[in-house]
Design a protein. Structure first.
Length: 128
């Protein structure tokens, strides 16, 4: 059962990423930011499900990354340190798009996509 759940989460994560890229191209930056956050969150949860068997019930990308540190603490710690500001912005994209009237511009959406792709790349490099 877990394998099917992991596959579904990974597929949805890729779909959210593709939708985010499409929305940036269409100039719909708020939803692009939201979809980038969803992509990163699901990709991390799938990775944790794969290596730990579960994941924290949180929307925090940073907390999920810290949990992923069980695989390679130094590498994950370095990724967080290098991207801390944008990781916080990615987390904010979830909350602000649903509950507040914050907007995102093109540069914001492009940077959030960059860090989201970095999360995907990190998971691939860690083999999860």
């Amino acid at each position: 059962m877990k394998n099917k759940e992991i596959e579904l989460m990974e597929r949805r994560a890729r779909n959210f990423l593709e939708i985010s890229e499409y929305l940036v191209g269409k100039g719909i930056y708020d939803l692009a930011a939201f979809n980038a956050e969803q992509a990163a969150q699901l990709r991390l949860k799938a990775a944790l499900l794969k290596v730990v068997g579960d994941y924290p019930k949180t929307h925090s990308i940073i907390l999920l990354l810290k949990e992923l540190g069980r695989v390679d603490e130094e590498r994950v710690k370095k990724f967080i340190e290098e991207n801390r500001g944008m990781l916080h912005a990615l987390e904010d994209a979830y909350l602000t798009s649903r509950y507040f009237l914050k907007t995102f511009g093109r540069e914001d959406a492009v940077e959030l996509l960059r860090v989201c792709r970095g999360v995907f790349r990190l998971c691939e490099e860690l083999g999860v």
